[in-house]
Ligand binder design. Structure first.
Ligand code: KG4
Ligand code: ZN
Length: 339
């Protein structure tokens, strides 16, 4: 069964055709990152405009590369939440038009559920239940995935998301947007013990995260050094930052796994591409005899294949939207589509 997936929640316009939730027949991504970089972050108005300009061509290309027409597609799956509202609306309205014109069902997909599904495309044998760490630019969640469409959030960030902390710290270190990948590139060349950064805990909520203090510590450290005329070795600061974030994410995840009894551990979201996090998780899971599943690097960031994959499972669960489907800027991953 072929599902066409459409993704436009942030700064990637993407379309993909996936067979039976597991096999990517095509995955086309038009990234706007070079343009947003000029402004140091995503400019919502520009994002919406570029989505509107690109979406037809991206979708045509995805169908062409998959060697099929709309007639071969079983359903159209689209990201409807969460994300930038204007950006989401472009994908939602386009998908609505495609579904209406072709008479195919429309399946709404939660973006973070999509990130988790990137693992079904990377590991064919992976099935729920499992425990997933979803770390992206906007979210840091520990999620219990008890079924393909059943989710429970055990831990979340109280302030900045992991990716957001990476990008803000990277900006202070002088890297262009999005800076996460730049810190990751330089970190292995530095000393991770050079700077002792805070490891904040949330009182009474051991699975929750708080990254804003860590980000502020990096910014203050750089400002203080500048005022005193001292130089900071950026690779050492990057290594220390990466070490700290990886440690916090891994520790909280291992705690949640121990308490819930899950031995199948899964990573998802843009930050799951981080080499320090992957390494530390591998080590922690190895020591405990847990199975670790990592998304392919090409599927960590935003793409539409993950939306088509999750769309397949939502479709099997009977999830359908009508022409009144709206986009939501924020929506809990646990909430199914209410109609
Ligand atoms: O999942 P994603 O592509 O978009 C959202 O849904 O937010 O995540 C983007 C985030 C950005 O903050 C980016 O800097 C971060 O993922 N990221 C990384 C790496 N690659 C992407 N952070 C750390 N290390 C990386 N290698
Ligand atoms: Zn994302």
């Amino acid at each position: 069964m072929k599902i066409l997936g459409i993704e436009s929640s942030c700064d990637e316009t993407a379309a993909s055709v996936v067979e039976d939730g597991r096999e990517i027949l095509s995955s086309v991504i038009a990234s706007q990152v070079a343009e947003h970089r000029l402004y140091g972050g995503v400019v919502p108005e520009i994002a919406s405009r570029r989505h509107a300009e690109n979406i037809v061509e991206v979708t045509q290309q995805a169908l062409k590369e998959a060697g099929c027409t709309l007639g071969d597609i079983e359903a159209v799956a689209v990201t409807y939440a969460p994300g930038l509202i204007g950006a989401l609306l472009v994908g939602v309205n386009f998908a609505k038009g495609m579904a209406l014109a072709s008479g195919k069902p429309l399946v709404p997909v939660h973006h973070l559920r999509g990130h988790i599904a990137s693992n079904y495309l990377s590991s064919p044998q992976l099935e729920p239940p499992f425990l997933c760490l979803v770390v992206s630019g906007g979210h840091s969640h520990i999620v219990e995935v008890s079924g393909y469409t059943q989710f429970r959030v055990l831990g979340r960030t109280r302030d900045d998301a992991a990716g957001e902390a990476y990008d803000k710290a990277a900006r202070a270190m002088g890297f262009p947007y999005p800076g996460g990948v730049h810190i990751d590139k330089i970190a292995p060349t530095g000393n991770p013990k050079a700077y002792r950064l805070p490891r904040p805990k949330v009182e009474g909520s051991p699975y929750d995260f708080s990254f804003s203090g860590l980000k502020t510590a990096v910014i203050n450290l750089l400002h203080n050094a500048q005022q005193k005329g001292e130089t900071v070795k950026v690779e050492d600061l990057a290594a220390s930052f990466q070490d700290t974030v990886s440690e916090i994410l891994t520790e909280h995840m291992m705690l949640a796994a121990r308490d819930t009894g899950y031995q199948k551990i899964v990573l998802a979201g843009g930050v799951s591409a981080n080499s320090g996090l992957r390494e530390r998780m591998q080590k922690a899971c190895g020591e405990r005899g847990y199975q670790l599943y990592l998304p392919k690097l090409s599927l960590c960031g935003d793409n539409a294949a993950m939306i088509a994959s999750q769309g397949y499972y939502e479709y099997l669960a009977g999830v359908r939207a009508g022409a009144d489907l709206n986009a939501c800027a924020s929506l809990n991953i646990e909430a199914g589509y209410a109609g």
